[in-house]
Design a protein around this ligand. Structure first.
Ligand code: NBG
Length: 803
């Protein structure tokens, strides 16, 4: 092993120097960071990835094709080196050249091909499949821009474009695969002809869009498995290609041709273009269909190459649809089987419905997609015909109909077509069975499953929390790195004072690093010994950042009224982007920023309370914040958060959870029980009861002076500079408190007392911390993948083998 590592070091050193010379025509010391990273990625690929990648691609096992509009790739250099087990060797070689590898990690760009938990999960799933040697491939889009970069100007969110590629449009881990390019067809007309009495459908006068395939390797943990993430880029066809297809009218004049190219390229310009107008909606459908079509055409081609026969497609392929965006895979597969392979409807439908699996990620009505049939009819005429025919044959009641009120209900299309539908945490999976898809659950009782989400334990604990991981290694060895469940061995050290102190020490170090970052970016002085309480996730009313903000105002009043009271100093940390057109969320950002301004500058408060809202929350920021957190705030209204995955990361990195019983907080509770987390608030059945009874927030406001005071702060000038936003947050909550902020706020505040009490006794606090870390192994992504393999991706039982 040692000898092998020495050989690798020598080879790496030599090849790196060669690559730098040949690629850049400069010497080692004239490189900038981007050039250096590119050369390193290239040499690592050549020495440790490419051969295994080719072998993995040849795998003929049943293959999982994971379709997702988002994959949050994050920084790759460190994780790849850790997974290939060459981190120290690469570090040594670079040391010889006086290059600091850790500093280089910081310069890496983060891909902007995702926006939140859904995208991070998708990438984690890709990683998990590679770790467990599961044959899998991701299908997504190569956006030039992420959703937006967030800036605060006078406390308000401002959005700017979020380009992410290296200077020449490259990204060091990605390889273009021009031979895999495919064409997807938009608009046009369906020409119907009859051959031997059978109808044949052909799309004519369509607009072709080329999908260029880029591939990113997904490196398994020390197992030689390299899976692939495919990201598609949209382009227009060149004149030769257009002529070959007989589409000469795009060449008639340069205006038409320019418009054609702009139209095509626009498809993969930006993640989630605004869809509050017709053109925006249309663009979203184009993105979704483009991703589905280019992905599927490649999958079919690969299937035929490996298995020869289209009739056994469903035996060898799973088309996993992550949320509803790529539901177009269903009619697209039908179209290909019917129109290109001339199958009978029933055969094509059998293959389709035994290939599709679907994960639902939300029960929020506004997030469940519906598409206007007129739009789909004109953009995708043949696809629309097929959806209509599926709907006709399905012949269902209103609840289950795929088309109703002139809209296509994509979730219904998927639930009807998929052989497995799963939610992402116990409570969520229950809700989709009992509420969201209740009628379908009667019809298909065995279709619904649960696969509680996971996180990349190795990335978060082993890469980002390396020092914490070392403490764990010292106590229980390194077996847990291969099977995170084995972290449970740490539980027997929960009372070990030495370990408790060591963890406290490491956490303090992480907090100091964050303090430094806050000083640099915000010019704010923070006491690292204070308790750090964090709420980082997308801004949404149901996630209740507003409740946390109101809670801070209550603490503020308490401090002013009791200047001599001995208190636990607290720092509240927020990170959240709001959708650009989401009024309430944007107002909440402004309110929190102004509360921060007020409190941080109030000399009477000193460092007993501080509030920090960090701009542009992303993976890189998460890496700094999560490990520096003492209290993880997870407070959605029960029944609203499908799972949450941040909650799992905080737990694994030694934070205690202050939470409502919702999403995967339920599983955290099952694992560590009441005494090792801080639960409060309405339970799901109580929320449901209140929904039935109706609830008047003004009543609570009038009866509870504490509540009244913090709501009035929003409009009575206590918080300067945000009357308008304060008023709108106040009124929106009090007039229609669908997320029960006023109802849960007193319980939220009361439950903080216990947190303070425990914090004052480090032997109690860190005992709980150790118990949390010890039980967090359940959330490692490998467990999640095992769930998918055993419950979802296995071959359906009643599958038909065509002779
Ligand atoms: C999100 C949920 C989270 C969940 C992630 C990943 C969407 C549509 N849903 O609770 O809100 O953790 O999906 O499953 O982004």
């Amino acid at each position: 092993m040692v000898a092998k590592k020495e050989v690798f070091k020598e080879a790496f050193k030599n090849r790196l120097l060669e690559d730098i010379t040949n690629r850049w025509l400069v010497g080692l010391y004239d490189l900038n960071d981007e050039m250096l990273r590119t050369s390193i990625a290239n040499v690592i690929s050549e020495l440790c990835i490419n051969n295994d990648w080719i072998t993995s691609k040849k795998d003929k096992d049943r293959k999982i094709h994971y379709f997702s509009m988002e994959f949050m790739v994050g920084k790759q250099l460190k994780t790849n080196l850790v997974n290939l087990d060459i981190l120290h060797e690469v570090e040594d070689v670079l040391d010889e050249f006086n290059i600091d590898l850790k500093a280089l990690f910081d310069t890496e760009i983060e891909s902007k091909t995702a926006n939140g938990g859904l995208g991070r999960l998708a990438f984690a799933i890709m990683n998990g499949t590679a770790n467990l040697n599961v044959n899998a491939c991701g299908n997504g889009l190569l956006y030039k821009e992420g959703i937006f970069e967030q800036h605060f100007v006078n406390g308000k969110q401002i959005e700017t474009q979020d380009f992410w590629f290296n200077s020449e449009g490259s990204y060091e881990w990605k390889k273009v695969q021009p031979q895999l390019s495919k064409v997807c067809k938009l608009y046009g007309e369906v020409k119907t002809t009859f051959v031997n009495g059978k109808a044949k459908f052909e799309l004519v006068d369509y607009t072709p869009v080329k999908g260029i395939v880029h591939e990113i390797p997904i490196v398994g943990f020390m197992n030689n498995r390299i899976n692939t993430l495919r990201l598609f880029e949209s382009k227009g066809l060149n004149s030769k290609e257009l002529k070959q297809l007989g589409l000469n009218h795009f060449l008639n004049n340069s205006d038409v041709n320019n418009r054609y190219h702009n139209h095509c390229e626009q498809i993969t310009d930006v993640l989630y273009p605004r869809d509050d107008h017709h053109e925006g909606k249309l663009l979203r459908i184009k993105q979704e269909y483009f991703c589905s079509s280019i992905g599927l055409q490649n999958i079919i081609e690969e299937h035929l190459r490996k298995h020869k026969d289209i009739y056994n497609f469903h035996i060898f392929n799973v088309l996993h649809i992550n949320d509803t965006h790529c539901s177009w895979v269903v009619p697209e597969l039908m179209r290909i089987l019917l129109d290109e392979f001339h199958m009978e409807w029933n055969d094509a439908w059998h293959i389709t419905k035994n290939s599709i699996t679907y994960t639902n990620h939300t029960v929020l009505q506004e997030a469940l997609e519906k598409w206007d049939i007129h739009m789909v009819q004109s953009l995708l005429p043949r696809i629309y015909m097929i959806i209509e025919e599926i709907n006709r044959r399905q012949n269902e009641t209103y609840d289950k109909a795929i088309i109703r009120d002139n809209m296509i209900i994509t979730a219904n299309l998927l639930v009807e077509s998929a052989y497995s539908v799963n939610g992402v945490a116990e409570i969520h999976s229950d809700i989709i069975k009992k509420e969201t898809f209740r009628e379908f659950n009667y019809k298909y009782p065995n279709k619904f499953k649960n696969c509680t989400n996971g996180i990349e334990g190795r990335k978060w604990l082993l890469c980002d929390g390396m020092e914490l991981a070392d403490l764990i290694n010292n106590k229980i060895g390194t077996d847990w790195q291969y099977d995170f469940k084995k972290l449970s061995a740490l539980e027997s050290y929960a009372d070990n004072r030495q370990l408790q102190n060591d963890i406290a020490e490491v956490k303090l170090q992480y907090k100091k690093e964050l303090v430094e970052y806050i000083r640099e970016t915000k010019g704010l002085e923070i006491n690292p010994n204070a308790m750090f309480l964090t709420h980082t996730k997308r801004l949404h009313a149901y996630k209740r950042q507003s409740m946390v903000a109101l809670g801070i105002l209550d603490i503020y009043h308490d401090l002013l009224e009791n200047p001599n009271k001995e208190v636990v100093p607290k720092v509240f940390i927020f990170g959240a982007k709001s959708a650009p057109g989401y009024h309430f969320a944007k107002s909440t950002i402004k309110v929190i920023n102004e509360i921060a301004e007020l409190i941080n500058n109030d000399e009477r408060i000193g460092d007993r309370l501080k509030v920090v809202f960090l701009e542009n929350y992303n993976v890189t920021l998460a890496e700094k914040i999560i490990k520096a957190t003492d209290v993880s705030i997870q407070v959605p209204t029960a029944g609203q958060e499908a799972s949450g995955t941040g909650n799992m990361k905080f737990m694994m990195l030694g934070a205690l959870t202050h939470a409502t019983l919702d999403g995967a907080n339920v599983e955290i509770h099952d694992l560590v029980s009441d005494e090792n987390m801080y639960l409060f608030g309405l339970r799901l059945n109580e929320v449901e009861e209140l929904n039935r009874q109706g609830y008047n927030a003004w009543q609570t406001y009038n009866n509870d002076p504490r509540i009244k005071r913090v709501f009035d702060d929003l409009i009575d000038g206590t918080i300067p500079n945000c009357y308008y936003e304060g008023k709108s947050v106040r009124e929106e909550i009090l007039n229609n408190d669908v997320y029960y902020v006023t109802k849960d706020l007193p319980a939220y505040l009361d439950s903080m007392k216990q947190i303070d009490e425990d914090w004052k006794k480090p032997e109690i606090w860190y005992k709980k911390v150790i118990k949390n870390i010890a039980n967090s192994g359940f959330f490692d992504i490998n467990r999640n993948i095992k769930d998918y393999c055993s419950k979802v991706w296995k071959t359906p039982e009643d599958i038909k083998i065509f002779e």
